[in-house]
Design a protein around this ligand. Structure first.
Ligand code: NAD
Ligand code: MG
Length: 383
């Protein structure tokens, strides 16, 4: 029986690479549902090629266009709206849900998928940043595996495979350092979105590329690692590794360090999340260590203030990471639209963290309210 996959965010960077994997292993995997937010034409083209049972366009205003584009494909059901995402993940035949959409919007469908006992292949890290405690509790309660797709977390997951309950001494989480690694603070005050979108090693969607340039992405990944692997933050060390070859490593209680290495290619962690515990063949460039220097540096928290703010948010706990995420979504978009400078992003996030009411024991409803409140405050400051 082929595994039935639902891809949330199939038109994005992760989504399209996932479809490439599915096409290469069509004997093992089949697409059950595809979803997107705005890109109607891409979604329709994907549906024609992969013949899913259903497609969902989250932005309802595009429903008619999508319906018309697939008028000659009567077997493909067409739905629209954010709540249609929550419903589609529950469909009985689905085995796994790849959460490859951006931002807070991933939280609700992920919860629905867990409650419907679907294996989660998690790319949408914002879900764990916002509500890691809740998601992990639900995953345990419903006995649902959450397999990381983020390359660093996939690396850690691969290092931990076969280790049972062996004690972790520390997690070595690598970061490329982004395009501004060697910039002075003064140079950073003048960078534009176009500069920030030139990532040195990875090709990704716009939002995460900006998060990588500010290193907020690494802060998010510390939080993600804490929840996925149950390791306290003081045991997670960030290492700037400009080559992006060592995807991350784990040091065990006997001092042994296991790392996972490879060329930067997201198709590997996506495929591994689908096939775990098996490995499947994958084409692509192979690592040649003769040609590959490996360097490691300490991150500069004074220059990359978003990373420092993420550490503070985890330290405070409760709804603080949710505030961090919401404010970041607002300033990230504002920076891309040239409505906010690169360094003002950290200022606005910091002030939002001071102003939104802190809640040490948030529920799902708290997260929804916190997200809205933090967005409102951050938006006001962007102006
Ligand atoms: P992207 O911008 O390329 O694609 C996002 C996808 O999500 C699109 O299909 C879009 O239509 C959909 N989408 C966006 N907003 C939505 C909403 N409100 N409701 C429903 N659908 C929505 O993004 P990406 O780079 O593929 O990243 C997706 C997720 O994976 C992010 O959480 C990111 O942090 C994570 N991730 C990405 C990479 C990477 O290499 N791209 C690596 C690690 C983790
Ligand atoms: Mg990553």
């Amino acid at each position: 029986m082929k595994k039935q996959i639902c891809i949330l965010g199939s038109t994005g960077s992760i989504g399209t690479q996932a479809l490439d994997i599915i096409a290469q292993h069509s004997d093992l995997y089949e697409v059950y549902a595809l979803t997107a937010n705005n890109r109607v034409d891409e979604l329709a083209a994907q549906a024609r090629r992969f013949h899913p049972a259903a497609v969902v366009i989250a932005n309802e205003t595009h429903y008619e266009r999508l319906k018309n584009a697939l008028a000659d494909e009567p077997d493909i059901k067409v739905y629209a709206g954010q709540s249609a995402l929550d419903e589609i993940v529950e469909a009985e035949p689905i085995d796994m849900v790849l959460t490859a959409m951006v931002g807070f919007a991933g939280l609700a469908p992920t919860i629905h998928a867990i409650r419907s006992h679907k294996k989660i292949c998690l790319a949408n890290k914002e879900t764990l940043v916002v509500a890691g405690e809740l998601i992990c509790r639900l995953a345990q309660e419903y006995h649902v595996p959450i397999i990381p797709v983020d390359s660093e977390h996939s690396a850690i997951f691969q290092c931990l495979t076969g280790e049972g309950d062996n004690e972790i001494d520390k997690i070595l989480l690598t970061a490329s350092g982004g395009p501004f690694r060697l910039f002075t603070k003064e140079q950073m005050s003048r960078v534009t979105a176009a500069d920030a979108l030139k990532h040195p090693t990875w090709e990704m969607g716009a939002k995460i590329t900006i998060d990588s340039a500010s290193m907020m992405n690494k802060g998010f990944e510390v939080i993600e690692a804490k929840w996925l692997f149950g390791v306290p933050v003081k045991r997670i060390q960030v290492l700037v590794h400009p080559q992006s070859i060592v995807h991350s490593a784990v040091q065990f209680c006997d001092g042994s360090v296991k790392a996972q290495l490879g060329m930067p290619d997201m198709r590997l962690p996506i495929q591994y999340a689908f096939s775990f515990p098996d490995r499947l063949p994958l084409d692509g460039q192979r690592l040649d260590l003769f040609r590959q220097p490996l360097e490691f540096f300490e991150p500069d928290l004074d220059k990359f203030r978003c990373l420092a703010l993420a550490f503070e948010a985890i330290h405070r706990g409760g709804n603080m990471p949710c505030i961090l995420n919401a404010a970041n979504e607002i300033v990230n978009e504002a920076f891309r639209q040239a409505r906010c400078s690169f360094i003002a992003m950290a200022d606005i996030i910091e002030k939002t963290m001071e102003r939104v009411v802190f809640d040490a024991n948030p529920t799902y409803e708290t997260y929804i309210q916190t997200d809205q409140e933090a967005r409102r405050i951050a938006r006001e400051m962007v102006g």
